[in-house]
Design a protein around this ligand. Structure first.
Ligand SMILES: [Zn+2]
Length: 324
């Protein structure tokens, strides 16, 4: 390495040091020159011969770096070759060179900061919100989530508060996999049979259970049986999500009928009601999901669909679908 180049390199390293501790390439340390292969200086070349450009002329010379990574200069290397004062291998007084672009790169790729891909929902493409009530219930819930994971879909689970403690693992999975968790009250009592205070208690305790076991603050409610009166509408401080496709899966407990109830009627913007309670429903989902995806539907949560359709969900309001 030529003396003037050393000076330039020191200057360059100094400039870089102002921002980062190291930059990949030659670094002048206390024990001499060494060659960093990572920008943070956490990896370097050592213990052998390397083709490296020592003076920025696009020609690489052959240098010997000792077991600690320091450049040997003006000496005989352990394998009996002579290196000159710049550290380059010389033979009969000649420095061997190769074009730098023929030399494999020793730099280790810094892993690129991966932007979380997020969830891209195209508002101009058809979408459906599959919703599942009355869970959590791991046996069926996991079957549904396994299927959705395979096809990249998300669902909305309206869970009953007093069931949550028994299915904490399942609930964490719902949250981690990006499904929407919303309240279906604390004890699944018909709210139109209750007074204002009781209605609020059912909603509040249902919400608390979700927060307690998932850390997620739900933003939607579903009324047990869809039942409502003026007192209910006045006391549920959440958007109330009804449905426009009722599979009646709880009544038929029949996979084929549940599948047909969805696939024969589904349109863009629909909210489908199913129950996370029956194996027949879990089995139906395994047929419904791939077919909806094949038809070009995006399987989204209720909140995602409202947002994609530009609907600001309001507390105390009922929603049945987001058909365009
Ligand atoms: Zn229910």
């Amino acid at each position: 390495m030529k003396k003037w180049t050393m000076a330039l390199l020191i200057a360059a390293v100094t400039v870089i040091s102002a921002n980062t501790a190291y930059a990949a390439g030659w670094v002048l340390g206390q024990g001499g020159w060494w060659f960093a292969t990572k920008n943070d200086g956490s990896a370097w070349l050592a213990d052998g011969w390397y083709w490296l450009d020592g003076n920025g002329d696009n020609l690489a010379e052959c240098y010997y770096l000792d077991e600690n990574g320091y450049l040997l200069t003006d000496t005989v290397t352990p394998d009996g070759c002579t290196v000159n004062g710049d550290g380059a291998w010389t033979e009969k007084g000649q420095t061997r060179v190769r074009y730098a672009w023929d030399v494999p790169s020793y730099f280790e790729e810094e892993p690129e900061e991966e932007e979380p891909a997020g969830r891209v929902i195209d508002p101009d493409k058809p979408m459906v919100a599959l919703t599942f009530d009355d869970g959590p219930y791991a046996k069926v819930g996991n079957q549904i989530m396994d299927c959705l994971a395979k096809y990249g879909g998300k669902a909305t689970f309206f869970v009953v508060g007093d069931r949550c403690a028994s299915y904490q693992t399942e609930m964490k999975r719902m949250a981690e996999e990006g499904h929407e968790i919303a309240t279906h009250t604390y004890e699944h009592k018909y709210l139109d049979k209750l007074n204002a205070a009781q209605i609020r208690e059912q909603i509040d305790k249902g919400v608390e259970a979700i927060v307690k076991y998932t850390g997620v603050e739900p933003t939607l409610a579903r009324l047990p049986g869809g039942r409502k009166n003026d007192t209910v509408l006045a006391n549920v401080a959440y958007p109330m999500i009804q449905w426009n496709i009722d599979t009646r899966d709880w009544e038929t407990k029949n996979t084929e009928k549940t599948v047909r109830a969805v696939l024969d009627y589904v349109k863009d913007g629909d909210i489908v009601l199913m129950h996370e309670f029956y194996t027949s429903t879990g089995n139906a989902v395994e047929q419904i999901v791939p077919e909806l995806v094949a038809r070009g539907y995006q399987l989204v949560t209720v909140s995602e669909m409202a947002q994609a359709r530009g609907v600001q969900l309001q507390a105390g309001q009922l929603y049945y679908s987001f058909r365009p």
